[in-house]
Ligand binder design. Structure first.
Ligand code: GAL
Length: 679
């Protein structure tokens, strides 16, 4: 179990790569870390090549030295298992440990993450290094956390080599038991794809045309599970040697390749790397969505922001800096959404290598002349006063259902239209945030019991169990909102027959006969009682009611007069359906109606104002009010009776947040967001 008490207050620190610097810098680094308020650094993430110079021969001298130095300066260590990038000698000694792309290209030495997750020597090598590190540092007083590998699946989330092909077949045999069952699941009667033996089955390598969709979906599932095996292997070694030291691996939010709801079960604490584009007006929404996902992956537990940039990154085409104040704002956002730790990549900006233009706490100009340094030290000092937040929860009455399997299935080629899921999810998420809601993400198998409202922007793949869970949720009084192209296929990616949306057709009170995919530039119009007509794009369902009531209807094209949005009373609850792509204001209007109907308090906020309500023990609550606007202040009315947090001065009933301003207000009891208003 993870206990934040192991650490000295809110975790503050960075990836630290002392091996890139001469020894005289190390002492200065340790001193500067103290000055910045750093209490934890991640060490050794890319050190394999310097720790194991030839197979089985370890050199821990430099690591011993730096661990001792850090400890002497009161800085704890998040020690990497150092397996993120095998050394060149390894890749040359085991040439087939280099991963292969779908086109059959074996990748070359010179970058990072150059390994096939299935290769026996890679697995042995990772185990050997993990065991050696754990044994050597088990008793070291600086060791507080294990950092397993690094960003699994960031560059290589699928390897198409023969080792992987063999493991894929074994995975399929375990899943299906017989080749007949596989033929059934994959629908191989189509296009002469019937398999006689397991040996014929290949990864979905580059083929003349569309590879079998279920083969592609199972391949995604296998690839996530296969990489997870590497992780659980290392974790088991650490648990054996250092049972009291918690372990994590850094996630990447909405990373396409890994089913993080499954992965999170293997973490003592969930951690996240987040690099929203500082140049985007939506940086706080992108970051906030990843933060809410991360908390949700850990079942609501607090989590660690393991990496972010102090300012610019190096890997976009244009790398905007974080202007003064934005770093602090985004870190407050993380704390509001449940972070217990605020870490950066990296401590000292590199002098050489591909990331030399990536910001660090210590910039190339040196600390004395750097505004980034002034900001990180000021934030380090501020964090010391925020320790009570470590006990806060983030209670949500609204959940957004998200599923990697459905995302994989939706992304497979040959659909009515290419539907990128994340922008769609982001639009629904932004609408809920603009209504002042705390939002959880929930997987299809998650517990819906605590929520009043569950939204499914899209759940293309819906297993029968998911349909049952949604049915039970609405029957018991829950409010469900489903977007279009939901409930279309089962877990094998076969169509649910009998009208689209069939698995929850009874809950929604409708069936969908067909859809009208609109081309770029084409629109339809929706007439919505009591509101202005709404111009809609991309997709229009042809809906037939079967108990639901139309809330709005299409006015154009061959289904004019038929429903666009519906509402159905089912059991004690309500099920809403949105059969088209609404513009943001209309989506927000609809979700506002749903929240009102569900008795969930709401307010209406502009996109640059971020509100989170966190709950302290014994009933107190904190409003986290953030102005993400770079140049304009915002004034707010807030409930009476609050005190500024920390500090304790009376907060009054109005306040003004400057650009990138943050104010936390604590109340002795629960607050309602309806009492927060932008003036
Ligand atoms: C992360 C990675 C770090 C560094 C950083 C740069 O993906 O874990 O090692 O590369 O990005 O933004």
């Amino acid at each position: 179990m993870f206990d934040i008490q192991r650490f000295n207050g809110v975790i503050y620190g960075a990836d630290y790569n002392p091996e890139q610097w001469p020894r005289e810098i190390w002492a200065e680094d340790a001193r500067l870390m103290q000055e910045a308020g750093v209490n934890l650094v991640s060490l050794g993430i890319f050190s394999w090549a310097l720790l194991e110079r030839t197979e089985g021969n370890f050199d821990f001298g430099w690591l011993d030295e730096i661990m001792d130095l850090l400890h002497a300066h009161g800085v704890d260590v998040n020690l990497a298992t150092a397996t993120a990038s095998p050394p060149p000698w390894f890749s040359l000694q085991y040439p087939d440990s280099r991963p292969v792309t779908a086109d059959g290209v074996r990748l070359e030495v010179g970058g990072r993450q150059l390994y096939c997750p299935s290769h026996p020597a890679l697995r042995d090598g990772a185990a050997r290094l993990t065991r050696a590190l754990a044994t050597r540092y088990a008793q070291h007083p600086a060791l507080k956390l294990w950092h397993i590998n690094n960003e699994y699946g960031c560059h290589i989330d699928q390897c198409y080599c023969e080792h992987c092909a063999r493991r894929f077949r074994a995975w399929l045999e375990r899943r299906y038991g017989s080749i007949d069952a596989l033929n059934g699941a994959w629908g191989t009667a189509f296009w002469s794809q019937h398999y006689i033996t397991w040996a014929e089955i290949q990864p979905p390598r580059r083929a003349p045309t569309y590879a079998n969709p279920t083969q592609q979906l199972d391949w995604r599932r296998f690839s996530s599970d296969n990489i997870l095996e590497l992780h659980t292997m290392e974790r088991a070694i650490l648990a054996e040697i250092t049972p009291d030291v918690p372990a994590t691996t850094n996630f990447l939010g909405f990373l396409p390749g890994l089913d993080y709801f499954r992965w999170a079960q293997e973490e003592d604490v969930v951690s996240l790397d987040a690099y929203p584009d500082p140049g985007s007006d939506l940086a706080h929404l992108d970051a906030g969505m990843a933060f809410d996902l991360t908390r949700s992956l850990g079942g609501g537990a607090r989590w660690i922001l393991m990496e972010q940039a102090t300012s610019a990154v190096n890997w976009r085409l244009r790398n905007a800096p974080k202007p003064p104040g934005q770093m602090r704002l985004l870190n407050h956002l993380a704390l509001a959404r449940g972070a217990s730790g605020i870490m950066f990549f990296q401590w000292r900006a590199s002098r050489a290598g591909a990331e030399k233009f990536h910001s660090g706490l210590v910039q190339h100009v040196g600390q004395q002349r750097s505004r980034v340094w002034r900001e990180v030290t000021a934030f380090g000092a501020e964090l010391r006063r925020l320790t009570p937040l470590l006990a806060a929860g983030v209670p949500a009455r609204v959940a957004l259902m998200f599923d990697w399997h459905s995302w994989w299935a939706l992304n497979i080629d040959s659909k009515p239209a290419a539907l990128p899921l994340l922008p769609l999810v982001a639009r629904w998420y932004a609408a809920l945030k603009a209504l002042g809601q705390n939002v959880d993400f929930v997987p299809p198998h998650g517990d819906l019991g605590g929520y009043d409202v569950v939204v499914l922007p899209n759940l293309y793949l819906m297993a029968d169990e998911t349909a049952s869970a949604l049915r039970a949720f609405v029957e018991r009084g829950g409010h469900l909102v489903s977007g279009y192209f939901t409930g279309i296929v089962d877990a094998q990616e076969h169509i649910h027959l009998g009208g689209y949306g069939a698995p929850i057709s009874d809950v929604l009170g409708l069936w969908v006969e067909e859809w009208d995919v609109l081309l770029p530039g084409q629109t339809n119009t929706v007439a919505w009682a009591g509101r202005d007509p709404v111009t809609v794009t991309d997709w229009c369902d042809v809906i037939h009611l079967q108990g639901a009531q139309a809330q709005a209807t299409f006015t154009d094209r061959f289904y004019a007069g038929q429903p666009a949005m519906t509402r159905h009373t089912f059991g004690q609850g309500q099920a809403w359906y949105v059969g088209t792509e609404l513009p943001p204001s209309a989506l927000q209007g609809l979700l506002g109606e749903v929240l009102q109907g569900a008795g969930v308090p709401l307010t209406v906020l502009p996109a640059h104002v971020d509100l989170t309500v966190s709950a302290l023990p014994e009933g107190a609550q904190v409003l986290h009010l953030l102005n993400a606007h770079a140049t304009d202040p915002v004034s707010l009315r807030i409930p009476d009776g609050g005190v500024l947090f920390p500090g304790g001065e009376a907060a009054g009933t109005t306040l003004t947040l400057p650009p990138y301003g943050v104010t936390l207000v604590q109340y002795p009891q629960a607050v309602t967001v309806a009492d927060v208003q932008v003036l």
